[in-house]
Design a protein around this ligand. Structure first.
Ligand code: A3P
Length: 327
């Protein structure tokens, strides 16, 4: 492999084509690097992210394994952080006009497409995002003053089921665009086997979650670990926690005037899903509407057999044993 991350973040330019390639996760091409299967497109931006990105102390980076509530967290963090400039009850709020992924950008993708120029132009405080594992983040983000990081995790069984629907939808759209050629069969069972082998975007899931979990225990003031299921159960409580962590806790006056509830409502699945901007259009090859499905905990039980669930649970439990993290 022609490049690697080092302590001073000097990255030689990658020869990504020499990395192991996985094409059985349609329509995404994955490359293996640093113990993870990463989106080829995103990986292209990693060397520049390491060598060029200049974090600001006020930056907040949202980390996630895909399909674990990234879109929701992007919306909540942006709405919370920018509530002074954009009151969440306002009819012209940016989230009413733009998809959350067009407001909060993936660091590695931004460096892949434009060397991060759009990020450098953003005013402070910036809310940014990444699907990279903790171990592949630049040290400028993780060491010293670095940035605050918020990670969202979710039951891997629900993440898998969510990714199955998302992947199928995206693959179907890609096929339609390409003229409807019959695809090779890609079944739920095959997708499950790949997931259990850690072959999926940013997989293995358990290794991804563990990196952030351990860092959240080591440096709780810098890494906040959130759970999708907890956020569903008590969204307002988690928004308050998020605000405190980002250094912009709600004042008594804001609490009294219902700002927290306004943010919760603005960013709810129902609200975002029904916005015109999210009913059409796309973020690259990904249709805006494909980011919003059911938004519940436990949907896996409608799609996985008990044997499948037990198998995945066992893999994850074994991998997380001794870490203090359980699902
Ligand atoms: P389901 O497919 O289980 O419904 P990501 O944003 O990381 O791609 O995750 C997508 C999952 O989050 C999908 O789960 C989607 O429905 C859910 N989701 C998207 N927006 C949400 C919101 N505002 N509130 C709760 N869940 C949301």
């Amino acid at each position: 492999v022609a490049w690697s991350s080092s302590t001073d973040d000097a990255c030689a330019i990658a020869d990504i084509t020499s990395l192991p390639l996985e094409t059985r996760f349609p329509p995404f091409r994955l490359r293996q690097y640093g113990g993870f299967w990463l989106l080829e497109k995103f990986l292209e931006g990693v060397p520049a992210l390491h060598s060029v990105f200049e974090p600001r102390p006020s930056d907040v980076v949202l980390g996630s394994f895909p399909k674990c509530g990234t879109t929701w967290l992007k919306a909540l963090a942006f709405a919370t952080r920018n509530r002074a400039d954009h009151p969440p009850g306002g009819l012209d709020h940016p989230l009413r006009r733009r998809n959350p992924h067009d407001i909060v950008h993936y660091l590695e993708l931004q460096f892949a497409v434009s060397m991060g120029h759009a990020l450098a132009a953003l005013p402070s405080p910036r809310v940014l995002a990444t699907h990279l594992p903790y171990s592949l983040l630049p040290r400028r983000i993780t060491a010293g003053q670095g940035c605050r990081i918020v990670y969202i995790c979710r039951d891997p069984k629900d993440a898998f089921v969510s990714s199955w629907f998302f992947t199928n939808k995206t693959a179907a759209a890609e096929r339609a665009r390409a003229g409807g050629e019959e695809p090779p069969p890609y079944t739920f069972e095959e997708a499950f086997e790949l997931f259990c082998d850690g072959i999926c975007v940013s997989g293995p899931q358990w290794r991804h979650v563990l990196g952030y979990w351990e860092e959240s225990r080591r440096r709780p003031e810098k890494v906040l670990f959130l759970r999708y299921e907890e956020m569903l159960r008590d969204t307002a409580g988690n928004v308050r926690k998020l605000a405190e962590f980002m250094g912009c806790g709600f004042s008594g006056e804001e609490e009294a005037s219902g700002v927290v509830q306004d943010i919760v409502e603005l960013c709810s699945l129902k609200s975002l899903k029904n916005m015109d901007v999210n009913k059409s259009g796309s973020h690259g090859p990904l249709a805006h509407e494909s980011f919003f499905r059911k938004g519940v905990a436990g949907d896996w039980s409608n799609h996985m057999t008990p044997a499948m669930a037990e198998r995945l649970d066992t893999i994850v439990e074994d991998a997380l044993r001794g870490s203090g993290l359980t699902f």
